[in-house]
Design a protein around this ligand. Structure first.
Ligand SMILES: C[S@@+](CC[C@H](N)C(=O)[O-])C[C@H]1O[C@@H](n2cnc3c(N)ncnc32)[C@H](O)[C@@H]1O
Length: 477
């Protein structure tokens, strides 16, 4: 069993009573690995991954462990995510066309899940305060083939100053004391101390103030943590509702077979350790049953808490409208180069409802909903199309990961040996009939990078930082 802090044991012995033993025993059980299949990819079945059964929430989750060098991982056909975390995206459940903010998004588990629902339509704004983590987030967005995501690195306050009342849905998957990750991550145990939940709660309140500012009238905010601490869960939602009376708590459905639990209204009071009974609570507090808790002793996954709230449609609209994107247009030569690329390389590529815009020498296809981003710390602006280099246009790696094989004039499906050469960065020799130019390299049916065919050879454009060596035993499918 993980060595649990004494204060933690005392706290949950008191809170959980008879249930405490079973709760503590769950810490000696192995962590259940899982992943989600990516519906944005061309091929979503018969992947090179183990399948130990469906995660009971949602359509894409499976139990099983995926290694980082498998074709399924490298092509972004799957995303590894522990099962309980998969429930959060299900609660957000954005619709195609909405404006959605994932406020603390790295490394991207929830963002990639939200993108699966949005089907490349609308705007998915994915933000992470720390630049080093935002870079990892951006790489994961790229590998997943997401076309409608803007990735930024800002503080919540910087973002709310730019985007007041802007979003239909906001997810705050909050920085938390991480008690629900104790089984998965030894460091979470080492960082924990008795006052840690209260310290994190102070931070969460500050972030929530900013999140509420960005919610449009009638919009929804989803708050989640991976901790059991009432200070960060029920008490946070009780505080949020009393601070913002225009917010209403929505019920999270809990079908019996998935073993979710109601939130605990009796823990919403700061003096919960005094053992308040639910009868003595106000209606506002008993409403907290509408939130959801995921307990590791009751289901197959780690600990989580989720709440969903709606903003009133009647709140006063802000007067200053957020300005639309100031498009940076291409010059004549660039327009000609991109026109030739679209004709020679892509098939019926749909530029409609999106904005082609330059960012330095890089060309992006931004969602039509993109606001003015001047001066912001942007890592990704929708779909990166490619870069202009002197008199030529070179397609971006992100474009290869976002395209289906039927969306390009020529693709090349690699054998096992060719895949090993390609990820290693080698030239691929072939007798296949190809015309000179760009080729989408595919592995097990999904795009994985660009090649350029000339005279029986495909030159390798896999970015250097993504190359790796495989052993003979690693198989393609
Ligand atoms: C629970 S993690 C997010 C996990 C992510 N949503 C996912 O599914 O992959 C919380 C995130 O909050 C970020 N964070 C830490 N301090 C923050 C702050 N003061 N404001 C906003 N975000 C913060 C962390 O860097 C971390 O990436």
């Amino acid at each position: 069993m993980a060595h649990l802090p004494e204060d933690f044991i005392n706290k949950y012995t008191q809170l959980l009573g008879e249930e405490a033993d079973s709760f503590f025993n769950s810490f000696s059980k192995p962590v259940q690995k899982a992943y989600r299949i990516n519906p944005l990819k061309a091929k979503t079945s018969a992947l090179d991954v183990p399948d130990q059964g469906h995660v009971p929430y949602g359509q894409w989750g499976h139990f099983g462990q995926v290694s980082g060098h498998t074709v399924a991982h490298v092509t972004g056909a799957v995303y590894s995510q522990e099962p309980s975390a998969q429930f959060v995206g299900e609660v957000v459940h954005p619709q195609p066309g909405e404006r959605v903010l994932d406020l603390s998004a790295a490394p991207g588990g929830k963002t990639t899940h939200l993108a699966s629902f949005m089907q490349q339509k609308g705007l998915l704004w994915s933000n992470e305060i720390f630049m080093n983590r935002a870079k990892i987030l951006s790489e994961n967005v790229e590998r997943f083939g997401i076309q409608n995501a803007i990735v930024t690195s800002h503080t919540p306050a910087e973002l709310s100053a730019r985007l007041p009342q802007y979003f239909d849905k906001i997810l705050l998957d909050a920085p938390c004391s991480g008690e629900g990750m104790f089984r998965k991550n030894e460091t979470a145990i080492q960082q924990w101390h008795k006052d840690f939940p209260q310290e994190l709660a102070d931070l969460q309140r500050r972030i929530l103030h900013e999140a509420v500012k960005m919610l449009r009238p009638g919009g929804q905010i989803i708050y989640s943590t991976c901790t059991f601490a009432p200070e960060e869960d029920e008490q946070m939602i009780a505080w949020l509702m009393s601070t913002y009376p225009t917010l209403t708590l929505n019920t999270i459905e809990k079908p019996p077979h998935i073993h979710l639990s109601d939130g605990r209204p009796e823990w919403a009071d700061k003096h919960y350790t005094d053992g308040l009974s639910t009868e003595s609570l106000t209606k506002e507090k008993t409403d907290l049953k509408k939130t959801a808790r995921l307990w590791p002793h009751l289901l197959n996954g780690e600990g989580h808490f989720v709440a969903k709230l709606s903003q009133s449609k009647e709140i006063q609209k802000i007067e200053t409208e957020v300005e639309p994107l100031k498009q940076k247009a291409m010059d004549r030569q660039q327009q000609q180069l991109i026109a030739s690329f679209l004709t020679d390389t892509l098939v019926d590529f749909d530029l409609n409802q999106r904005i082609l815009t330059l960012f330095g020498e890089r060309l992006y296809l931004a969602p039509k909903e993109t606001p003015d981003i001047s001066g912001m710390k942007i890592l990704r602006l929708g779909l990166e199309m490619g870069i202009f280099k002197k008199k030529r246009f070179e397609p971006a790696h992100a474009l290869a990961l976002a395209l289906h094989p039927d969306a390009v004039v020529q693709h090349f499906d690699m054998t096992q040996a060719q895949w090993m050469d390609f990820v290693h960065g080698d030239v691929i020799r072939t007798q296949a009939t190809l015309k000179k130019g760009w080729v989408l390299m595919t592995a097990n049916g999904n795009g994985v990078g660009w090649g350029r065919y000339v005279d029986g050879q495909i030159k390798n454009f896999l970015p250097k930082g993504l190359r790796f060596a495989l052993k003979q035993t690693d198989s393609l499918s």
